[in-house]
Design a protein around this ligand. Structure first.
Ligand SMILES: [Zn+2]
Ligand SMILES: [Zn+2]
Length: 384
């Protein structure tokens, strides 16, 4: 029995290929994919923006051919005894049929970064499902846009709570990314810096990552949440997620938006700006929106998207800003993320985040739709 997968053979070029059903090494399992999200990273790769972790020991170019898909939910379809006993992150036993999700990042556990940074993936030798393994290399099935995915023994695997459907559980990886806000809270022990209850939070870019950060900022006690986006559709969804003001970037200039944020904050500026857009163009706008001593989080530009001009005096020094760059989410974030998705199911529209589902054969259309601002989370469902 062969396994079908959508393979990106080169930027912009997909084809459905068949792979031999894999043999499991000791400690591994096979996951039958139910849903796999299209992330901003996948769009970067599709567009040929393949440089990741530039300027670090982990710098890589995404290889081709590749099976993409790193936001995955599915069920255990085959499992080795060792994996059944010990692969689940929280120590729970696994068996065929259990619904699981997984952290796409694989770390070595031995390098300087692994020994010093808890939870977050700064590994100098990191790999990533759907992102760094070529489908040309065995065991081939290392991305979620396939009927089956091979799960290595060094993968972080999490059992999905019974209350979460696949269309909500597929958000677990993105929700784990919002651990960023838990980290920003830690800065609030210093004077008035960081993220405090009652703060004004601006979220630039209201795609799925931005929307879940709006949800999390709301859960964590933000006083005012201002969302920006090019799409009115996404901005109205942002309101359902907890934003109480929205700024449409397709109908206003950066100067106008900065002015509006200043007006809403009595001329002081936002306490926190979360830059979730996958373009550098709106970065300076975010800094201009900050108060003196405010904090800016950059998560949108995971791949190398090029340069911008900035005035070091005005944008960094003069306002005493705190600028946090963040590439990943912590492997420790999945349990809390899924607990929050389950507990707050009635308060936030998690069920409506997945706006479009596509079969493997329609991956081209899925990618096109994911770049359309009328979509939210677009997923591949290999069972369609
Ligand atoms: Zn991602
Ligand atoms: Zn490492």
């Amino acid at each position: 029995m062969d396994v079908r997968a959508a393979v990106l053979t080169a930027p912009g070029k997909y084809e459905v290929q068949e792979f031999a059903y894999p043999e499991l090494q000791d400690g591994a399992l096979l996951m039958q994919i139910e849903m796999s999200g299209i992330c901003g990273t996948d769009k970067h790769t599709y567009l040929g923006e393949v440089k990741q972790y530039a300027g670090t020991a982990a710098e890589t170019d995404t290889p081709f051919p590749i099976i993409q898909g790193h936001e995955n939910v599915g069920v255990v379809s085959e499992i080795t005894p060792t994996a059944a006993e010990s692969l689940e992150f929280y120590g729970r036993k696994l068996k065929v049929g259990d619904r699981i999700t997984m952290c796409p990042d694989v770390v070595c556990g031995q390098c300087y970064e692994c020994k010093h940074v808890m939870g977050y993936v700064w590994c100098e030798n990191s790999d990533c499902y759907g992102n760094s393994y070529s489908s040309a290399d065995p065991p081939h099935l290392m991305g979620g846009w396939a009927e089956q995915m091979y799960i290595r023994p060094d993968t972080f695997v999490y059992k999905v709570p019974s209350g979460l459907s696949p269309r909500v559980a597929v958000l677990a990886e993105l929700m784990a990314c919002t651990a960023s806000l838990d980290k920003l809270k830690e800065f609030s022990s210093y004077a008035i810096e960081g993220f405090n209850s009652g703060d004004t939070v601006v979220v630039i870019g209201s795609g799925p990552l931005g929307l879940l950060h709006i949800v999390k900022a709301d859960m964590m006690g933000a006083g005012r949440i201002i969302a920006t986006d090019l799409s009115e559709h996404r901005l109205s969804f942002a309101k359902r997620c907890g934003a109480n003001a929205t700024l449409n970037a397709s109908q206003s200039s950066a100067e106008e938006r900065i002015h509006q944020v200043m007006e809403m904050t009595r001329g002081r500026g936002a306490d926190v700006v979360l830059h979730m857009a996958n373009t550098p163009a709106s970065f300076i706008e975010g800094i201009e929106m900050l108060k003196r001593g405010g904090m800016m989080l950059e998560m949108g530009n995971f791949a190398d998207t090029g340069d911008i001009n900035m005035n070091i005096h005005r944008h960094i020094c003069s306002k005493n800003i705190r600028l946090i760059g963040l590439t990943n989410h912590p492997s420790t974030g999945y349990g809390p993320a899924m607990d929050l998705l389950e507990r707050y199911a009635d308060r936030y529209p998690f069920d409506d985040f997945v706006s479009h589902e596509y079969a493997l054969a329609d991956v081209d259309e899925a990618m096109r739709m994911s770049m359309d601002t009328e979509s939210l989370k677009v997923v591949i469902n290999p069972n369609l």
